[in-house]
Design a binder for this molecule. Sequence first.
Ligand SMILES: C[S@@+](CC[C@H](N)C(=O)[O-])C[C@H]1O[C@@H](n2cnc3c(N)ncnc32)[C@H](O)[C@@H]1O
Length: 210
Amino acid sequence: MAITDWDHNSWYHRLLLRAVPADADRVLDVGCGAGALARRLAATVPQVDGVDRSPEMVAEARRLSPPNCSFDLGDALALDVAPGSYDAVVSSAVLHHLPLAEALPRMAGWLRPGGVLAAVALPRADLRRELPVDVAAAAAHHALGLAFAAARPITGAGLFRHEDSHDVMPVADGTLTTRQTRAAAAAVLPGVRVRRLLFFRYLLVWEKPA
Ligand SMILES: C[S@@+](CC[C@H](N)C(=O)[O-])C[C@H]1O[C@@H](n2cnc3c(N)ncnc32)[C@H](O)[C@@H]1O
């Protein structure tokens, strides 16, 4: 990994945190990995649950997280959750691992009326439509990477440094472009919004009708 490399997923955690209703009591993080997003949520949400099918990731999440976080080892598609259990279901860099037509209705079913589904995930490259964004992202990635690498020793802050578990984290490439994701999501969740983000990600947000 280059010294100027940095973590796009944690950069976008703030978008997911912002999407969670202010009065949320219970939030589920699907594909929680080592629990970085769950820990940020747990600063304001009384109960944060996470699920991940990687034993290494779940062990790390349990080791690092406070008592108001709980983590299940398992496949999110087989998770047994009572309908309407959560105020928000969030997910970072996982949706592109899952079949959308199956995963999105399941995740939506776990929300209470008025609850929010928010996910950041990786699209497949779509050079015909998104080349200018990708070129800008590559330039900004390197410029910010240099700035973070220079500032870390001075500030002592992590500044989007990859977590220790990054090298063993299960990853996948996007299989659908942003446009294909938008169409596939809209087919099962009318009213869903999907927009391309700068750093090789899209944001999907859906609010369950009250
Ligand atoms: C790229 S990592 C992202 C982890 C974490 N959300 C983050 O942002 O750091 C993708 C995670 O999704 C998990 N995952 C993939 N498919 C899954 C499934 N069907 N059920 C549960 N977890 C899954 C993987 O084990 C992995 O930890």
